[in-house]
Design a protein around this ligand. Structure first.
Ligand code: HEM
Length: 453
């Protein structure tokens, strides 16, 4: 399929009063971990907390039963809220609601069925191999490096190889740095303040415009790149087939481009953050790292792991799950109320922004014993849990399409990388947290890596 390069994405929403970025700025004042401020609010004011942020009513939900109401019981009355994120996600499925969302998601769903994982694993392993070659160099040099950048490029390589049948045709270090400049909340705040004061803000806007231009160019590069193996059953093939299908006119070429944007961002940053935090936690808990190594040794030894081996890596998978409990990449799920409602006696007005505080329930002692402790064992076996108290992938029909697949990626990567290397965290302790749309380590996670054996 040939695709036209989209015009540079718009930057007109930058600094817009309605932009999600501007609304997030009060969280930046929360010290090393702004999540703690929200948790204290939950303790003090209960499960439904309406607040006014920059002239907008925001309702913070902190109780799992209310998450269920918004995500499942009244799902159609709470729609997606993506102002300020459109340049990144375009009109991809993640931004839509109702019939249109269904029409876009349905033809892609099969690519994420667990039956496909066995086919993807060799490509995940190929990407992990490239990362190991790079880490061998880093180990020899002994220089510190930033872990999220490392895991992000790995996650992007895995997606390109497994889902698109392409080698990554772009420089992920450059591209992701550019887009991260766009999603930096503080940039948006300074633009907003200048806009309100009637000042010019060319410099930052220029940077953001450049970032979005780079970003808009990535999907056409992926489409144009040579396939690695001419595989027939890939997500890219499914997308091309639906673009060619006259019965789904809504799924046009721009839709295809935007779907790729969504996968290359939503499907990589989150996966990368999880693996980076897992590296941090296992570096702080060497007994867990050793147990992961022993499990890998016992389950797949010196051969390449298979889908059956993935199922048998119960402890390693539990480490990934516990990491997402402690550091959920999406710390809050955001919606807009499209109908009036009442939750726990509090009025919900049309247009209210609803923030379901996932991080808060993950850290609440009501639902988790010693929630601040790193205890992967919580996720081994069939342990009873209050519904909607663990939602790294969201919930209901809008939950993550790639959640199960990301666990395969991260479990295998963690197992293989820890067997070959000993990553040593050398950054500040404890690492600070920046809460943008994702839960990001402040200033990154600095590591050195040592080769084992
Ligand atoms: C650790 C890894 C991941 C985490 C924590 C994560 C988290 C999430 C969450 C919380 C949502 C729901 C957001 C909401 O309800 O507002 C979501 C949606 C989504 N995720 Fe993920 N995700 C991960 C990996 C992936 C991967 C690997 C892919 C694909 C390659 C992916 C693609 C998507 C898409 C397309 C949606 C939108 C689904 C829809 O609207 O129907 N994610 N993700």
């Amino acid at each position: 399929m040939t695709v036209a390069v989209a015009a540079p994405a718009h930057t007109d929403r930058l600094g817009d009063e309605n932009s999600i970025w501007f609304k997030l700025t009060p969280l930046m004042k929360g010290g090393a971990n702004p999540m703690l401020t929200l948790m204290q609010m939950g303790e003090r004011y209960g499960g439904v907390i309406p607040v006014n942020m920059g002239g907008q009513r925001v309702v913070l939900l902190t109780a799992p039963e209310h998450f269920k109401r918004v995500l499942v019981t009244k799902v159609d009355d709470y729609i997606k809220y993506f102002d300020g994120l459109k340049p990144i996600f375009g009109k991809s499925m993640i931004t839509h609601d109702g019939v249109l969302w269904q029409k876009i998601r349905m033809p892609q769903q099969a690519a994420f069925h667990p039956d496909m994982f066995a086919e993807y694993i060799p490509y995940f392993l190929a990407a992990i191999d490239s990362k190991m070659a790079l880490w061998t160099d880093l180990a020899a040099k002994g220089e510190p490096f930033e872990m999220v950048e490392q895991t992000w490029t790995l996650a992007a390589d895995m997606i390109c190889k497994a889902l698109f049948d392409r080698d990554m045709p772009f420089n992920p270090h450059f591209v992701f740095k550019c887009v991260k400049a766009y999603t930096d909340v503080m940039n948006h705040k300074s633009i907003r303040l200048k806009k309100v004061a009637g000042e010019e803000f060319e410099i930052t806007e220029e940077d953001a415009a450049k970032a979005m231009e780079v970003w808009a160019g990535v999907p056409p590069e992926v489409f144009a790149a040579d396939p690695r193996e001419m595989r027939e059953r890939t997500l890219l093939k499914m997308i091309e087939a639906v673009v060619a299908d006259p019965n789904v006119p809504e799924f046009d070429q721009q839709q295809a481009i935007d779907e790729l944007k969504q996968y290359l961002w939503a499907g990589t940053e989150t996966t990368a953050l999880t693996l980076a935090w897992a590296m941090y936690l296992t570096s702080k808990h060497p007994e867990a790292a050793d147990r992961i190594r022993a499990e890998g040794e016992q389950v797949y030894g010196d051969r390449a792991p298979t889908a059956a081996d993935y199922s048998a890596l119960a402890y390693t998978r539990a480490v990934v799950q516990e990491t997402m409990r402690l550091y959920p990449p999406i710390w809050g799920l955001i919606r807009t109320a499209s109908k009036p409602d009442e939750i726990d006696g509090k009025e919900i007005k049309v247009g209210d922004r609803i923030v379901m505080f996932a991080y808060g329930v993950h850290h609440n002692p009501k639902y988790w014993d010693e929630p601040e402790e790193f205890r992967p064992e919580r996720f081994i076996g069939n342990q009873k849990r209050v519904p909607y108290t663990y939602l790294p992938f969201g919930g209901g029909k809008r939950s993550c399409i790639g959640g199960a697949m990301s666990q395969v990626e991260n479990t295998l990567a963690l197992s293989i990388l820890l067997r070959k290397f000993q990553p040593e965290y050398v950054g500040v302790e404890p690492p600070g947290i920046t809460a943008t749309v994702t839960l990001t380590p402040k200033g990154g996670l600095m590591f050195k890596v040592h080769k084992r054996g």
